[in-house]
Design a protein around this ligand. Structure first.
Ligand SMILES: NC(=O)c1ccc[n+]([C@@H]2O[C@H](COP(=O)([O-])OP(=O)(O)OC[C@H]3O[C@@H](n4cnc5c(N)ncnc54)[C@H](OP(=O)(O)O)[C@@H]3O)[C@@H](O)[C@H]2O)c1
Length: 303
């Protein structure tokens, strides 16, 4: 058994079984060599996301509610895992771009208790009506960013710089869940890649952001009662250079019914974005329709 941090949560998980033996270290992925599913259940994480650092964060998360010493990502990992604590599990989510994706995510996040503020529209009166109908609030981009623990970026690629500029002078680091894909307006291909990615360009445009790339399922699926594709959850590849921020976004994806896959550093968005482009082509040009998704097959026993 190996658990970094000997707090209540780590002990609880340890008592449930032989927990985790983890390798890795340094900046990239820390790969679980052996995974105890009961421990994962305690932490409400998909097994692939239990790492030394997230265990540590979970252990510390509760305490930093009192002393505020930990950074925002670490605190959120803990809070998301502690539904019983006052305010536990509830995340303030500021959405930039309340179109198909922004409202589709809101439909699933609000019923799970999260507090959502919508922003960025050419018609703020209409946005107010949309927000009220979904149980969300409405604000400017700057207000949504200031309000949020997690900022969801769901803008058409062409207006993304304009939307981020409206955030103004952001003084605190914020997790930005980047849902965008840098599609050409006619959906014939991507504007950029693969020497860079939309996610990396977003990180340049918003130095205040801890960017996590995670392109959600099609909006048509988000606007349906269940995200299941047939009997399966659609995989969503989660990339970012901060493991705690990845864990936060993965937890939200898990809650809404997707299957987050921890894909590691942000630069892997260079390949995630084309994969999502493939889905766009299949859905709209090849006649597959939008009820399609990705899945990662993995024989963990063969590692
Ligand atoms: N659609 C999907 O299935 C899907 C799936 C995965 C990822 N994505 C990606 O997610 C992102 C958002 O896609 P979407 O389909 O949700 O887009 P969308 O429906 O066009 O929504 C974008 C929203 O941005 C607002 N907006 C656009 N231009 C604006 C401007 N100049 N000023 C202020 N507000 C403006 C619009 O608000 P108003 O109309 O109220 O003005 C609109 O509601 C894209 O990057 C896309 O590639 C889409």
């Amino acid at each position: 058994m190996f658990a970094h941090g000997a707090g209540r949560h780590a002990e609880l998980a340890a008592r449930r079984g032989k927990i985790l033996r983890l390798d890795g270290g340094g900046e990239g992925l820390q790969r679980p060599q052996k995974i105890d599913r009961a421990a994962c259940a305690v932490f409400h994480f998909p097994p692939s996301l239990i790492t030394v650092s997230s265990l540590h964060s979970i252990d510390q998360g509760g305490r930093c509610a009192e002393n505020g010493r930990r950074d925002a990502s670490r605190y959120l990992v803990g809070r998301l895992s502690c539904k019983s604590r006052k305010g536990g599990g509830v995340v303030k989510i500021g959405i930039i771009g309340a179109g198909n994706v922004g409202t589709g995510l809101t439909r699933h996040l609000v019923p799970r208790g999260h507090s959502v503020m919508l922003s960025f529209s050419l018609d703020m009166a209409k946005l107010g009506e949309t927000a009220a109908a979904l149980g969300a609030s409405v604000g400017t981009v700057a207000e949504a960013v200031s309000f949020a623990d997690v900022v969801v970026l769901a803008t058409p690629w062409g207006v993304t710089p304009e939307a981020l500029a409206q955030a103004g002078n952001v003084t605190q680091k914020k997790i930005v869940w980047d849902c965008t894909n840098p599609l050409k307006p006619d959906m014939s291909g991507l504007e950029i890649g693969t020497h860079t990615s939309g996610a990396e360009e977003v990180a340049k445009l918003a130095p205040w952001a801890t960017v996590v790339k995670a392109i959600p399922p099609f909006a048509q699926t988000l606007h349906s009662p269940s995200l299941l594709i047939g009997a399966d959850r659609a995989a969503v590849f989660v990339c970012g250079d901060d493991g705690d921020a990845r864990a936060v976004v993965a937890k939200l994806l898990d809650e809404i019914g997707a299957a987050p896959v921890d894909a590691g550093p942000l630069r892997l968005a260079r390949f995630v974005e084309p994969a999502a482009m493939l889905l766009v082509q299949l859905a709209y040009k090849s006649g597959f329709g939008t009820r399609i998704g990705l899945s990662l097959l993995r024989d963990t026993a063969a590692r």
